[in-house]
Ligand binder design. Structure first.
Ligand SMILES: [Cu+2]
Length: 90
């Protein structure tokens, strides 16, 4: 479970390690503004995966297929460019 917390941050700097394959994300909004969650590797977004939590208490979830490697979790809401974390898949 990934949390969006106040200060335009994720609740951890690094998530995982998780097993390669189908990876299920839960995303909870613990903040008061909208946040999203996308996954990227080497600056390339993983296609067809984006979670959005509109307001405090909202939860979104989804599953995406990931190979082993280190990924970046990104919130692509404008102004949230510093909202990044790492995800280790092995
Ligand atoms: Cu955000």
């Amino acid at each position: 479970m990934v949390g969006a917390v106040s200060g335009l941050k994720f609740d951890l700097e690094t998530y995982g390690p998780v097993k390669a394959g189908e990876v299920t994300f839960g995303y909870v909004n613990e903040d008061s503004v909208r946040h999203s969650l996308i996954v990227a590797k080497d600056d390339t977004k993983v296609p067809n995966f984006r979670l959005v939590v509109e307001q405090k208490g909202d939860v979104d979830s989804g599953t995406v297929s990931l190979d082993a490697g280190t990924y970046t979790l990104i919130c692509d809401v404008p102004g949230h460019a510093n909202m990044k974390a790492s995800l280790v898949v092995e």
